[in-house]
Ligand binder design. Sequence first.
Ligand SMILES: *Cc1c(COP(=O)(O)O)cnc(C)c1O
Length: 434
Amino acid sequence: MKHDSLVTEDLKYIWHPCTQMKDHETLPLIAIKKGVGIYLYDFEDNSYIDGVSSWWVNLFGHCNAYINQKVKEQIETLEHVIFAGFTHEPIVKLSKRLCALAPKGLEKCFYADNGSSAIEVALKMSFQYHKNRGEKRPFFVSLSNSYHGETIGALAIGDVKLYKEIFEDILLKTLQAPVPKDQSEEAAREAAVGLEKVFRANEGKIAAFIIEPLVQCAGGMHMYHPLYITLARKLCDSYDIHLIADEIAVGFGRTGKMFACEHANVSPDFMTLSKGLTGGYLPLSVVLTTQKVYEAFYGDYAEFKAFLHSHSYTGNPLACSAANATLDIFEHEAILEKNEEKIAFIGAQLERFKGLCNVQSIRQTGMIAAVELKEYPIDFRVNLKIFEHAMQKGVLLRPLGNIVYFMPPYVITCKEIERMMDVAYEAIVSVNDL
Ligand SMILES: *Cc1c(COP(=O)(O)O)cnc(C)c1O
């Protein structure tokens, strides 16, 4: 199929995610023919640096030869099997490895097939944990500006108005505590005071507190200090509230360490993982939890303590094989060590944006960097203008409103980082005096 007919037929039959479809009357939909490493290719053979890792999932490039090979081997062996009452090699191997890598105390893996579902699992597990112990705790607390996915439960504990507002009437009531306003220790302390207020006002009624450790990605790459995680852990302990670390976006090295909680040396009661888990290949998610939580569900069938939650594709072997291959690459190629140089390079490159008069601030946590522009009127569509400018120059950037961010696959070179930043710089300059 040629590019033009692909696009025409796409728009005839398909409704795209997170998109006002009318935009495609003027904004061309881009058909991608193939991917190689950090590059995506369209049907005219134009290449684009995937500066957003295809929605933050890709770690080691598109069509990575090693992951391809591992998934091919698996597809010839076992494509899928029911996961209640049955098991398979890739998932046992993966679970053992995840428990070894995860912060201490996380010893059990419960699988689902996307990030939002993992959030639903963690919330339900926490609620039922308390219930199984004879306590009714109907509330969940999250941070202001947080994002945890878009299914009804995940939406309810998130706080991004754009996604949530329309559905407010049908959502669970949840509580929000203030997110630290910046990356300083002072802001972390201040926010912890706010958190304790919420805990104290609802004592005995809160099941869990959920955070995106260090970076609220969908909330505009808002970043805060690891001290906040330490303080939150202490407060959760003293109020007997579960701490859920949503590492769906920040896990697997994005913040410079394997998991963001490691920056604070904190073990959560639940950790949710997805996105980078399969290197960006296949949908898979997992909730890691403690032996203590697991045991609260363990008993005779007639006690009705079991966690009755399932998804048809739970623990899909192909997805697990991609996840194992991803972990192999981390192991064999010392990725976290190699990323250190790239992280420093990104930091140095970021400096030049400070000089632009439409730039409000810059920030970085590990392999995630953001340039916050001044506010533009909503109908100015500054994000679209930057996107289009950058695509013209061969870089895929997808700003969140007025926040231009970079979250490239780890196989990007310093030279390619520089090119990506050059293009972003030009794009930001192009909207400077409009
Ligand atoms: C993407 C994301 C989710 C939701 O994952 P999906 O697979 O898109 O449902 C949840 N939490 C965070 C922090 C995310 O970035």
